[in-house]
Every structure is written in structure tokens, then in C-alpha cells.
Design a protein around this ligand. Structure first.
Ligand SMILES: Cc1cc2nc3c(=O)[nH]c(=O)nc-3n(C[C@H](O)[C@H](O)[C@H](O)COP(=O)(O)OP(=O)(O)OC[C@H]3O[C@@H](n4cnc5c(N)ncnc54)[C@H](O)[C@@H]3O)c2cc1C
Length: 431
């Protein structure tokens, strides 16, 4: 008897949680074949990328090999990049896998599916701003975060030369959402750490970070109280915050703003706005202008009974007329709803709608502070928190992800190992 086949493309914050639960519930019991496809062989939780970018987190310690994880959790893994979909034939096409020299390791393949789930995430949106693609770093993938880290270390090294001791290394970050804000603070954390490792000419006085935001405040999507507190803390660290400032061009030396201001930079980072992969608009399915795939409240595509989408790449309606925000906690909650819906579908039961419950927003400012709000009670009243309590809840979002993919026991052990590594390993990855 052939088993029904559920293929999930994208093993990120949401996709990996989904296949883990489907694999344990359906794959291990031979009720369905569960297949995960990802273009990378390993997973790292995306909200950690700003820490990978500054070396505050060694990605090697936190990354998960899909192949090993699949074997332990009852699903199969296929390395590959989705390039096309034949919806009539219910097959998807994966591009050939190449090595670093462009030699083919695996040819293009087609995979059949009965139900397909797309959880491809999102990438930064430069809105076609001239020079951004050529001259800015992005933090959309572990590879990009690693490239930024290497450039940052090289620039720091250059400024540690004796003849450069009075000069400042200048970093321009465009976009003061969570990514831009957290990266700005992490850079000050990294400069302090480098100083303590013997680069004594490097400290926060030799670093200048410009954080540039088109909206009237930092963290535009968050309540005034949080953005106000974060703004004040960033300025205390030394970050030069420019709000109401639209960037019109970036070149190899500077960021140019709509007011013709020129900010000379050593390193530029673009962290403003997101869009889903353009491929989604080429599959004959309804999408928004930013390529997010339109789904109904059950996370099913508007056009195809057998295609689902969730996380950053999906546009899912909420009761108030807005769409579910592109956040890790939304991907986590949607993975849970989709897991239940896909199991219900196999059992011939109806699908239930997804309802997003905002648990609050937390911003980490490296080791200096954490600020945010928690939602409490049915009325969803927000509770402002900062300091150790905020840091604890910030860390708990990642622990929830670990728990979903490793179980409670392993997550507990990981907390202990992380604690030990703080004593055993340098706090900053320097190589
Ligand atoms: C630096 C940074 C900090 C953040 N901080 C926070 C935070 O504090 N709180 C919060 O709630 N959110 C945060 N976010 C947002 C959060 O990371 C995303 O909302 C979340 O990761 C979305 O999950 P996802 O499963 O939809 O996609 P992702 O986690 O991005 O996963 C997408 C997966 O799809 C794979 N993929 C993509 N295209 C293809 C293809 N064509 N073929 C095969 N595989 C493919 C990718 O390799 C990846 O594994 C942050 C994001 C960044 C970049």
C-alpha cells in the first residue's frame, strides 16, 4: 500500500517544527511519508543570525543537521532548492545540487506529493534602491551572517593598527526593526569583547554605528513605550539613530539619504523590509506584491486544495482585516495549527482556522539590556518588562523552538551545555 506523502519545503523556524511533529506522529507509525526539502544541509534558528553576524554565537554549536534529525524523528530529508511546481501532476522540481566549484553533485529531481507545504521564509526587500545589492550586507541566511562577521573582523583589525588609533570604524544599518536594532547593540557588545581579548585600541569609542529608519520611530511596529525605551538605550550605547530618514542610494563609500545627507561607512547592512522569494509568484498561485502566498485561515492556498503555506512566506488573514505578522512566534504557532490540520485531514476531519495569539515582543540589546512587553489575560493587556526578566522571556522563545524539535529532556541538557560553554569557550568567535 502506498502511503500518502506530505512534502514540506523549507526547514526553518516553522518548517522544522512541523516535520518533526508530523514525522513523530505519522512517519514513525507508517501512516504517511513525511519529506522535508531545504536548500541547506543544516538548520539554524533565524532570529539568532544577528548574533552569528557579530560572532556572539558560534553557529557551529547551535546548527542542526537535517539528515540526522530526520532519521531520529521519522521523516526523510532531501537537499535541494525548489524551482518549479506541476500542480496538475502534483510534483515539484528541485534544482541540481552543485559543489563550491560548480560541479554537479546531484541532478535536478522531481518529487511527488499528495499535500505540499511551503515554508520558504522571507528575504530583505531593498525596494530597488540603487547600490544596495552591490554594497550592503544582508542577514537573510547563515552564509550572509558569516560574510558580515568576516568583514567586521577585518575592519576591526584594520582599525587596531597603531596609525589608525584615532580613527573610527563606521557601520551603517538601514532599517530599525528588530534585526537592525539588535545588530546595532550586538556590535557594541562585540567591540567591548574584542577589547577584552587584547585588541586594546578597540573599544566603543572606536566604533560608530548609524541606525537609519524611514519611519518616525525605531521599531515602527511596536508600541511607543518599547520603541522609546529602546531608542534611549541605543543612544546611551553610542548608536546614532536617524528616524524619518529615507535612504535613496548606497555606494562603496557612503549611504545617501533623501535629504542629501551623506553618511560615510566602512560597512553597510540592509535590514529594512521583507519580501517572500519571487519564485512564489511564478507558481500560478495567488500572491501579494511582495510575493507572499495568499492562504485562507486554515493556511491552505486560495487556489489549490493540496498546497498550504505558512510563516513569513504566507499572507494569512486575521479577523481584524490585517494579516499575521512575519515573526518567529507566528511561525511557531502556525506550525502547531498546520500539524493538527494535516493530521485531521488524514482522519477525514475538517480543517480548523488559525488564530494568532500575540504573546508580546521582546528586543535584546546584546548583554546590555532587553526590553519588551508580554501580553496577559484574555483582554491581551500588555505588561512592559526589561532587564533580567525580559532577557529570560527573550531566551524562552528559542527554548520553545528547541523543545519543539528536540523534546524537553534534550532541551534541558542543551541549557546546561550552553551554561558550561560560557566558561569553556571564548564569548566571541574570532576565527
Ligand atoms: C536577524 C533576525 C532577527 C530576528 N529576530 C526575531 C525575533 O526576535 N522575534 C521574532 O519573532 N522574529 C524574529 N525574526 C524573524 C524570524 O526569524 C522569522 O519570522 C522566522 O524565521 C520565519 O520562519 P519561517 O519558517 O517562515 O522561515 P525561515 O525560518 O526563514 O525558514 C525558511 C527556510 O526555507 C528554506 N528555503 C528558502 N527558499 C528555499 C527554496 N527555494 N528551496 C528549498 N528551501 C528553501 C531556507 O533555507 C530556510 O531553512 C528575526 C529575523 C532575523 C533575520
Amino acid at each position: 500500500m502506498t502511503l500518502p506523502r506530505i512534502v514540506v519545503v523549507g526547514g526553518g523556524a516553522g518548517g522544522l517544527e512541523l516535520v518533526t511533529r508530523l514525522g513523530r506522529k505519522l512517519g514513525k507509525r507508517k501512516r504517511a511519508e513525511i519529506v522535508l526539502v531545504d536548500r541547506n544541509p543544516t538548520h539554524i534558528w533565524k532570529p539568532l543570525l544577528h548574533e552569528v553576524a557579530t560572532g556572539a554565537l558560534d553557529s557551529g554549536l547551535d546548527e542542526i543537521s537535517y539528515q540526522g534529525h530526520a532519521r531520529a524523528n521519522g521523516y526523510q530529508f532531501q537537499l535541494g532548492t525548489l524551482t518549479d511546481l506541476d500542480r496538475d501532476g502534483q510534483t515539484l522540481t528541485l534544482a541540481p545540487v552543485l559543489d563550491d566549484d560548480g560541479e554537479e553533485i546531484l541532478p535536478a529531481r522531481t518529487l511527488p506529493y499528495d499535500d505540499l507545504v511551503l515554508s520558504l521564509g522571507s528575504v530583505s526587500n531593498d525596494f530597488g534602491t540603487p547600490g544596495v545589492a552591490e554594497h550592503c550586507h544582508f542577514l537573510d541566511s547563515p552564509h550572509q551572517a558569516e560574510l558580515f562577521r568576516q568583514s567586521m573582523l577585518n575592519a576591526f583589525l584594520r582599525y587596531s593598527a597603531p596609525q589608525e588609533t584615532s580613527a573610527k570604524m563606521v557601520v551603517g544599518i538601514v532599517g530599525a526593526g528588530a534585526t537592525g536594532v539588535e545588530l546595532a547593540a550586538e556590535l557594541y557588545g562585540a567591540s567591548e569583547m574584542l577589547n577584552s581579548y587584547g585588541f586594546t585600541t578597540l573599544d566603543s569609542d572606536h566604533l560608530e554605528v548609524h541606525l537609519i529608519e524611514a519611519a518616525p520611530k525605531v521599531l515602527p511596529a511596536l508600541p511607543e513605550r518599547i520603541s522609546g525605551a529602546v531608542h534611549a538605550e541605543l543612544e546611551r550605547l553610542g548608536v546614532k539613530v536617524h528616524v524619518d530618514t529615507r535612504v535613496t542610494e548606497v555606494n562603496d563609500e557612503a549611504i545617501i539619504t533623501a535629504g542629501d545627507e551623506r553618511i560615510d561607512i566602512d560597512l553597510g547592512v540592509w535590514a529594512a523590509g521583507i519580501k517572500a522569494p519571487a519564485l512564489l509568484s511564478e507558481l500560478g498561485l495567488s500572491t501579494e506584491r511582495n510575493h507572499r502566498l495568499k492562504v485562507d485561515a486554515t493556511l491552505k492556498s486560495l487556489d489549490d486544495e493540496h498546497v498550504f503555506a505558512f510563516g513569513d512566506c504566507a499572507s494569512c488573514p486575521q479577523e481584524d482585516g490585517s494579516t499575521v505578522p512575519p515573526r518567529a512566534q507566528a511561525a511557531h504557532q502556525q506550525a502547531d495549527r498546520l500539524y493538527r490540520n494535516l493530521v485531521a485531514r488524514l482522519d477525514g476531519k475538517p480543517l480548523k482556522p488559525f488564530v494568532f495569539r500575540d504573546r508580546g515582543s521582546l528586543i535584546s540589546l546584546a548583554h546590555f539590556d532587553a526590553i519588551g512587553s508580554l501580553m496577559r489575560g484574555a483582554s491581551a493587556r500588555s505588561l512592559f518588562i526589561e532587564g533580567h526578566l525580559a532577557r529570560f522571556f527573550y531566551a524562552s522563545l528559542y527554548r520553545m523552538h528547541q523543545r519543539a524539535i528536540h523534546g524537553a529532556l534534550k532541551t534541558g541538557l542543551m541549557v546546561v551545555v550552553d551554561g558550561l560553554n560560557k566558561f569553556l569557550k571564548p564569548r566571541l568567535k574570532l576565527h
